[in-house]
Design a protein around this ligand. Structure first.
Ligand code: 5RP
Length: 226
């Protein structure tokens, strides 16, 4: 196991202690969350159920015998556990490296508390070094690429591809990755871009920020509150 995976495993296991018994748990997407799902299954913790943010996480949960409910079947979730591509000192994040950002934002909004599990490589001063994922309606992609490029001379947006074809999300939409941003006001940026016609979800999670971050470091797991 790589050193980074060892940190992901540590934070995934640490998150178990923040899950109240018989609670409703929102489950995110990605390699860190996969460690969390495996740890949850191994723990035998009794849950009311889960709501998942992707087909991939739903499949993993179901295969391990953890009950998954549709979002509309559950009024509110007690906690949401998910990773991040970047997180900063206010708990604002960039997410969507795994293309699950829309459902992640929906499930996060449905949860009382967002527990971010991340290894120390995700910790940043300012969001924007990681290419910002934006889920878009396909017919708007070309126009939205131009909109992003008007934000600054160093900003470049491109359509995410898989095997030479546009990446298709669980919601049958496409993903833009935007490079060269320095997001100084994540709340304002998220509000602004969310209003552009054709944007389904922008991968800045400021309005749905983390409440707690379990950060895996070489000195152990740090618990940060926002
Ligand atoms: C998926 C996400 C993930 O949380 C993010 O990409 C981090 O993934 P990983 O845990 O694999 O580093 O937002 O859409």
């Amino acid at each position: 196991m790589s050193a980074q995976d060892a940190l992901k495993l540590q934070v995934a296991q640490a998150a178990l202690s923040l899950i109240p018994p018989r609670s409703w748990v929102g489950v995110g997407t990605g390699s860190t969350v996969n460690f969390f799902i495996d740890a949850l299954a191994a723990s035998g913790l009794s849950l009311a159920g889960t709501v998942s943010s992707s087909e991939a996480s739903s499949l993993r949960l179901t295969q391990l015998g953890i009950p998954v409910f549709a979002s509309h079947e559950v009024a509110q979730l007690d906690v949401y556990v998910d990773g991040a591509d970047e997180i900063e000192s206010h708990g604002y994040m960039i997410k969507g490296g795994g293309a699950a950002l829309t459902r992640e934002k929906i499930v996060a909004a449905q949860s009382k508390q967002f527990i971010c599990i991340a290894d120390e490589s995700k910790w940043v001063q300012t969001l924007g070094n990681f290419p910002l994922p934006v889920e878009v309606i396909p017919m708007a992609a070309a126009r939205l690429i131009k909109c992003f490029e008007l934000l600054g001379p160093n900003v470049h947006a491109s359509l995410r591809l898989k095997d030479g074809k546009p990446w298709v999300t669980d919601n049958a939409q496409h993903i833009l990755d935007v490079r060269g941003l320095e997001i100084l006001d994540p709340l304002a940026f998220e509000s602004q871009v969310s209003q552009w016609p054709g944007v389904v979800t922008v991968g800045v999670f400021a309005h749905q920020k983390a409440s707690i971050c379990l950060l895996g470091t070489s000195q152990g797991v740090k618990t940060l509150y926002f």
